[in-house]
Design a protein around this ligand. Structure first.
Ligand code: GDP
Length: 195
């Protein structure tokens, strides 16, 4: 999909600020620095719409990006940044839980992990949370350009095993650098939009 129209509708701190358009929403979750902003920018064809993180773990808002008047990407603050205070981490948890468990428009969570490494304990906890609440996941294994193509399947296997990946979900090898996987992600998004 070629995206022509993207608008940051709101950075919402509280549920009453969430947009009320009834469009399907895709939450984007991932460890700080995993490549979430780069993923969003690549998907929408912009260089720097989503902020490439300078201060990991800082933004405690949900950013609602409206795409072509048909769906929202909802950027969730990254998790797993060691220097974030416990109180802030708890606030993060409450915000995500409130949004993800009480949002009929939520079609799926796009969960971003790093293809190069086994998912962290935080990655596993995030995926478990999604499965606990029966939220469909589209797992993105990004930074594929950083390892040779011949090793992708081996790494993908480690990612799946570590997450205890549900075969009903999608998992896609991706690179924000090259655009690898972009069409496959749009296909997975469209499939979840009409469920
Ligand atoms: P965020 O904190 O999850 O939003 O991560 P960013 O999008 O800011 O990316 C963190 C760093 O990884 C930046 O230096 C990016 O340029 C780099 N990066 C992100 N995705 C990729 C990718 O697919 N390939 C490569 N080579 N680098 C990437």
């Amino acid at each position: 999909m070629k995206v022509n129209n993207v608008e940051l509708v709101i950075s919402a701190a509280k549920p009453h600020q969430y947009p009320d358009l009834g469009l399907p929403e895709f939450a984007l979750a991932g460890r700080s620095n995993v490549g979430k902003s780069s993923f969003i920018n690549r998907m929408i064809g912009r260089k720097s719409m989503a902020r490439i993180s300078s201060k990991p773990g800082k933004t405690q808002t949900l950013n609602f990006y409206k795409i072509e008047d048909t769906l929202f990407f909802v950027d969730v603050p990254g998790y797993g940044y060691a220097k974030v205070a416990k109180t802030e981490r708890e606030a993060w948890g409450r915000m995500i839980e409130t949004y993800m468990t009480d949002r009929p428009q939520l079609s799926a969570c796009i969960h971003i992990v790093d293809l190069r490494h086994a998912p962290s304990a935080d990655d596993v906890a995030m995926y478990e949370f999604l499965k606990h609440y029966e939220i469909p996941a589209i797992v993105i294994a990004t930074k594929a350009d950083k390892i040779p193509k011949g090793k992708w399947q081996k790494h993908l296997k480690v990612v799946k095993e570590t997450l205890d990946f549900d075969p009903l979900d999608d998992i896609i090898v991706f690179s924000s650098e090259t655009g690898l996987g972009k069409d496959e992600v749009w296909k997975a998004v469209k499939k979840r939009m009409y469920e």
